[in-house]
Design a protein around this ligand. Structure first.
Ligand SMILES: Nc1nc2c(c(=O)[nH]1)N[C@H]1C(S)=C(S)[C@@H](COP(=O)(O)OP(=O)(O)OC[C@H]3O[C@@H](n4cnc5c(=O)[nH]c(N)nc54)[C@H](O)[C@@H]3O)O[C@H]1N2
Ligand SMILES: Nc1nc2c(c(=O)[nH]1)N[C@H]1C(S)=C(S)[C@@H](COP(=O)(O)OP(=O)(O)OC[C@H]3O[C@@H](n4cnc5c(=O)[nH]c(N)nc54)[C@H](O)[C@@H]3O)O[C@H]1N2
Ligand code: SF4
Ligand SMILES: [Mo]
Length: 757
């Protein structure tokens, strides 16, 4: 066992808490929190102890795999795999244009460097369309955020007098730094309050001062009523609004007319409680608020995101300590805009690049909606997708309607997956390219959302790559070489300059000025050119040199405030990142970040007419009900045993037993004759899945809940493959989605139960 503690991070959720580990051979044997991490400062939850379950996963790959005609796979060597994948992708591009290839993924909860390197491969192929998991949760929020603020937004719960949590259970899912510590502090302080909107008494709701246990799917009515109370009772923060918002009048006119009592009835919450919650918000000196999947994967989710922001505007909860705030990202999440080259040769007819080619959904954050993907493939439309490049994601399992996603993948002319494991998605692909694990390369995430001081951590490898695997930097570099867009003539002059970063910056700038086209393949060019200049095992960090240059150019003031100023600030930042294995502060923001608000006069725009129309048209009967499927299934609750699908074996935690239960209210269980542990089939219009009953006092009558990320087909010690738990997306239909942005209704799945004899 190594005596030294090596800094790294937990990769189970977006917080990426800093940890220190001791290793033995290829194993992580001890884990402790890293107090030196600039954001998480020694906080972890119990899940940090599980890195070994990911590192030693039995489904991990050790060779590129090629699909045979009968659907089985054969191992092939890397040279064969790279050249065949390049030839096949180029063939699709040449026949139908790069716009017929869809890129999906780019990173999970802890690894975002694949997406950086992929940019080069996508440019080489002229790929124009992308998607990833953000397009099944955050695109509605991003759409209204852009219309109202024009900058990113996060939340300062640590200093907030009032915390408002909408469909969010941070006790289990985290989502802001040191979540459990902060929740406990708020709950313990009589001067502070927590307001939780959740049909279920979640761990967080159980700590709340005001728990609005709404009927599932009624967030829009609830938030509409809360906003209306602020206006109708004359308790909105008008002084603050005068200084900081624009276009309030038409909004206030609509909110004056919202029937609060009727909306409260739709939500099935006590009107007095709802009014009391609104008054508490109005009385607070500061309020931080956050929405998440409970609303974002529900009915009227985009409208809900808008109403949430109206409440922020009406209470003055932005740009001050203890409220929501702007931040500057080290690198933006999402699809990276439309910077790709496009395929010059192919005329593609009339095309609106801002819409998905077949269904015409808007492209938000550079992404097409996840729920539209199968429709964009399974059609004879001339602009359909013909190939998919999938990386660090498991869409067959994680997107709505698994059966249809499977059919879509098999209907493609070509598909390739880069993953560490033989996943449900990999098992449908033509080629699978095995990446080394996140602990076997330099890796990082761009979930950097802090206001005053924003920090980034580049994790150093703990182990050498497993035999037969490569890091994503190497995979994309080799693909680009095979595609003929990266050559020794480009690399050599830069490599010669690589000994000294300042000389390298000069050489790179000169080359870019002379040959602007190299920018399209910059990540892989850097991978080769900086290889010798970086410490042993750190080559995967090379592309961050470019990210650092772009950051200091885009945000010079914020970088300078963190100590990175002058003409070579990008180099200094890159060096600081390389030399701070627990993380480094890369930006500081002053004055609440108002200068980042990109709206006229740096004022928050309250008026989004499409959303007001939806508010006025809300059905007084509430969300749709299906008499044959009278229960509402929340398909994807975050629990202590879930981790999306990064840890595939759900039994490792309990030494061979599986905890994938259907939570149900005691009254409902009695009505259906179900006892604790009974097997039950959850049936929807789309499919069925089996689970064990867990009687749960916190459930609302009529509302049942299954955990996310389980139901994987996991290889067992004896080599057989076993399904572990309920695979939720066999129950969901791709057509159950938000009409504005196409996000799924996973939290509102009409279902019924059948007791298993
Ligand atoms: N342990 C663990 N943590 C994780 C993850 C994980 O897999 N496991 N995944 C990470 C990821 S990718 C994400 S996106 C986040 C998600 O984090 P969250 O959104 O907090 O997680 P969920 O449990 O999916 O949903 C939150 C709550 O929504 C409630 N809900 C259900 N229906 C409704 C409704 O109609 N309205 C409202 N208002 N609430 C409703 C549920 O009861 C639940 O308590 O978690 C991250 N953290
Ligand atoms: N019904 C329902 N569906 C849901 C949800 C829900 O609540 N209900 N939640 C949704 C949400 S919020 C999310 S974020 C998605 C998550 O779903 P996905 O976006 O598919 O992400 P993960 O399940 O985290 O899968 C990450 C993949 O990356 C692989 N991987 C791990 N490390 C590496 C690496 O170093 N390199 C490479 N190349 N691959 C690696 C893992 O093996 C895994 O296959 O699921 C969504 N699906
Ligand atoms: S699961 Fe999330 S909150 Fe828990 S230790 Fe890991 S990164 Fe931190
Ligand atoms: Mo997510």
């Amino acid at each position: 066992m190594t005596e030294t503690w090596q800094p790294t991070a937990c990769m189970i959720c977006s917080m990426n808490c800093g940890i220190e580990v001791q290793t033995e051979g290829e194993r992580i044997v001890r884990v402790r929190p890293d107090k030196a991490h600039p954001v998480t400062k020694g906080y972890v939850c119990e899940k940090a102890q599980r890195m070994e379950a990911y590192q030693q996963g039995r489904d991990r790959l050790s060779s590129p795999m090629r699909r045979r005609a009968d659907g089985t796979y054969e191992a092939v060597d890397w040279d064969t795999a790279i050249s065949e994948v390049a030839v096949r992708l180029a063939a699709v591009r040449d026949a139908h244009g790069g716009e017929s290839i869809l890129y999906y993924g780019g990173g999970g909860q802890g690894n975002h460097l694949p997406g950086v390197y992929a940019q080069a491969t996508l440019a080489a192929l002229g790929v124009r369309y992308r998607s990833n998991a953000l397009a099944q949760e955050k695109t509605g929020e991003a759409w209204v955020q852009a219309r109202m603020f024009g900058c990113g937004m996060h939340h300062d719960f640590e200093h907030a007098e009032v915390a408002l949590l909408i469909g969010k259970n941070p006790w289990q899912s985290n989502g802001f730094p040191r979540a459990r510590v902060v929740l406990r502090e708020i709950a313990a302080d009589p001067a502070r309050s927590m307001i939780v909107i959740d049909p279920r008494r979640s761990e967080t709701a159980a700590m709340a001062d005001y728990h609005l246990a709404i009927r599932p799917g009624t967030d829009a009515w609830c938030l509409g009523a809360l906003a209306a109370v602020l206006v109708q009772e004359g308790i909105a923060n008008t002084a603050w609004m005068d200084a900081h918002v624009s276009n309030a009048e038409p909004v206030l006119e609509v909110l004056k007319r919202v029937p609060v009592s009727q909306f409260a009835q739709v939500c099935q919450v006590d009107e007095d409680l709802l009014r009391a919650a609104a008054r508490r918000m109005a009385a607070a000196s500061s309020m931080a608020s956050m929405e998440d999947l409970g609303m974002q994967m529900g009915v009227h989710s985009t409208l809900g995101s808008y109403l949430h922001r109206l409440i922020i505007g009406l209470t003055g909860s932005f740009g001050r300590k203890g409220t929501s705030y702007a931040f500057v990202p080290f690198r933006p999440l999402g699809g990276g805009g439309s910077a790709n080259a496009g395929s010059a040769a192919r005329p593609s007819g009339e095309r609106n690049w801002k819409r998905s080619p077949v269904t015409g959904f808007p492209v938000i954050m550079g992404l097409i909606p996840c729920n539209a993907i199968s429709e964009e493939i399974l059609t004879d439309h001339p602009h359909r997708f013909r190939a998919m490049f999938i990386e660090s994601a498991n869409p067959v399992h994680s997107l709505a309607d698994t059966a249809r996603m499977r059919e879509a993948l098999r209907a493609l002319e070509f598909s390739v997956v880069i993953d560490v494991a033989m996943t449900e998605t990999a098992s449908e692909a033509d080629y699978v390219l095995p990446a080394c694990s996140q602990f076997e390369k330099a890796e990082a995430s761009f979930f950097n959302f802090e206001p005053a001081e924003n920090a980034f951590q580049l994790r150093h490898p703990l182990f050498a790559p497993r035999e037969g695997t490569l890091e994503e930097g190497a995979i994309h570099t080799r693909l680009c070489e095979a595609l003929g867009v990266l050559s020794a003539e480009m690399v050599e002059p830069l490599k010669a300059a690589g000994g000294n970063l300042d000389g390298f910056a000069m050489a790179f700038a000169q080359m870019a000025a002379a040959q602007p086209a190299i920018m399209a393949v910059a990540p892989v060019l850097l991978y080769r050119a900086l290889a010798n200049a970086l410490p042993e095992g750190m080559t995967n960090a090379a592309a961050l040199w470019g990210v650092a240059q772009i950051f200091v150019r885009n945000f010079p003031e914020q970088a300078a405030a963190a100590g990175f100023a002058g003409p070579l600030a990008g180099n200094r930042l890159f060096e600081a990142i390389l030399n701070s294995p627990s993380g480094t502060v890369f930006s500081r923001i002053e004055h609440g970040g108002w200068d980042l608000v990109r709206q006229p006069g740096q004022r928050i725009n309250l008026h989004v007419p499409e959303m007001l129309e939806l508010l006025m048209a809300l059905d007084p009967a509430g969300p749709p009900v299906d008499p044959d499927y009278p229960l509402i299934l929340s398909a994807g609750e975050r629990r202590t045993e879930t981790s999306n699908t990064s840890i595939r074996d759900a039994t490792w935690l309990r030494k061979g037993t599986l905890n994938s239960t259907l939570r149900i209210h005691p009254g409902d269980a009695a009505q259906f004759g179900l006892g604790e542990g009974d097997a039950v089939d959850v049936v929807t219009r789309r499919g069925r899945a089996r689970a064990a009953v867990e009687i749960h006092e916190g459930c609302r009558p009529g509302h049942v809940s299954l955990p996310n990320g389980l139901g994987l087909d996991v290889r067992q010690a004896d080599g057989s493959v076993r399904r572990q738990g309920a695979a939720l997306n066999e129950l969901t239909d791709y057509r159950w989605r938000d009409p504005v942005v196409g996000t799924p209704w996973h939290k509102y799945v009409p279902a019924r139960l059948e007791k298993v004899a």
